[in-house]
Design a protein around this ligand. Structure first.
Ligand code: IPM
Ligand code: MN
Length: 356
């Protein structure tokens, strides 16, 4: 296959983890005889520094004209504590999601046997936990307008908006995933309080009969947050609106032992995008110490979801598992054993694939 990949390393540790993910991607494509072309562009704080715009038009064009986007991370502390900053790196990410129509963010939550002991939960609760959160990504409070401040600055407001179309398309996506898995869909909302949630629930109830082989259940978001730590194994596929999904997926990611391990895919109207769920980890930038596995596993998702190349994805996953079993790990999961550098982990995985 000939494929064009847009490469957006972004900020913080983004460039370092991307280098390793690209080496792994190249090793896999060589193995299977694919021809991948990579073109790089800026997004986030580095894009503001270079162009004044966190998601420049040039970057957007590149994404639109590529077969997939690999994205590192966004964010720079110099913007975090300045409530009056006119442009923020995060706007780059939000614009990118909106303009690429990436309405479905798929965040698989899986455990790695060799890391179960790192979970803050009891091993018997997490062992075998395996679910997928589907987070709506282009609606809700992140994008609803009006948003802002009153003239005197003492009142602030956000707006949560969802249309029927936005809800329907992400629910159908979630049912598709549930159909390929254990056939259970949990719709998470706050329908006892919030109008948009009531629309979500109504539409989900209307759609459910179209998927008779899938069991649909409903949970309020507060209850879901509790259930994720009390009984993570009870979930198969979970679907929810943007903000709830943001919060629940951070919660879900830590029960696996390290947030540095979880990849995500964002799919929608145009090119799909693959990124780790962790942020730019600015404290570690340039130090060669961060965990590259979530980025490398995001490349595996790219092969599977965008190109239907499942063996290629599986090979990356196998190599990542092998590195964990062999104890070739960064400091976040080293657990008293030898600590490897980010680049050493990436190189070990690349070599493993080359030698297959
Ligand atoms: C995420 C991040 C982003 C979000 C931030 C960086 C805007 O937390 O991808 O989960 O809130 O969506
Ligand atoms: Mn988040």
């Amino acid at each position: 296959m000939k494929l064009n990949i847009a490469v957006l390393p972004g900020d913080g540790i983004g460039p370092e983890i991307m280098t390793q993910a690209l080496n792994v991607t190249k090793a896999v494509s060589d193995k299977f005889g694919h021809e991948l072309t990579y073109k790089e562009a800026v997004v986030g704080a580095c894009a503001i520094d270079a162009t004044g715009n966190p998601y420049p038009e040039e970057t957007h064009e590149l994404c639109m004209n590529s077969d997939a986007v690999l994205f590192g991370a966004i964010g720079d502390p110099k913007y975090d504590n300045d409530p009056n900053a006119k442009v923020r790196p995060e706007q780059g990410l939000l614009n990118m999601r909106k303009k690429l129509g990436l309405y479905g963010n798929i965040r698989p939550v899986m455990t790695f046997p060799s890391l179960i002991h790192k979970s803050p939960l009891r091993s018997d609760l997490v062992e075998g936990a395996d679910f997928v959160c589907i987070r709506e990504l282009t609606g809700g409070m992140y994008f609803g307008r009006p948003q802002g401040r009153s003239e005197d600055g003492n009142t602030a407001y956000d707006t949560c908006v969802y249309t029927r179309d936005e809800i329907e398309r992400v629910l159908h996506l979630a049912y598709k995933f549930a159909g390929q898995r254990r056939k259970k869909l949990t719709v998470v909302d706050k329908a006892n309080v919030i109008a948009t949630s009531r629309l979500w629930r109504q539409i989900a109830q209307e759609i459910a009969p179209q998927y008779p082989d899938i069991e649909t259940d409903f949970l309020f978001v507060d209850n879901a947050a509790m259930r994720i730590i009390q009984w993570p194994k009870s979930f198969d596929v979970m679907v929810t609106e943007n903000m709830f999904g943001d919060i629940l997926t951070d919660e879900a990611s830590v029960i696996t032992g390290s947030m540095g391990l979880l990849p995500s895919a964002s799919i929608g109207l145009h090119t799909s995008l693959f990124e780790p769920i962790h942020g730019s980890y600015p404290q570690a930038a340039g130090k060669d110490i961060a965990n590259p596995l979530a980025m490398i596993l995001s490349a595996a998702l790219m092969f599977e979801y965008s190109f239907n190349l499942n063996e290629e994805g599986a090979m990356i996953r196998e190599a990542v598992n092998a590195s964990l079993e062999a104890g070739i790990v960064t400091e976040d999961i080293a657990d008293g054993g030898k600590i490897y550098k980010l680049s050493e982990v990436g190189e070990w995985i690349t070599e493993y694939i080359k030698n297959k």
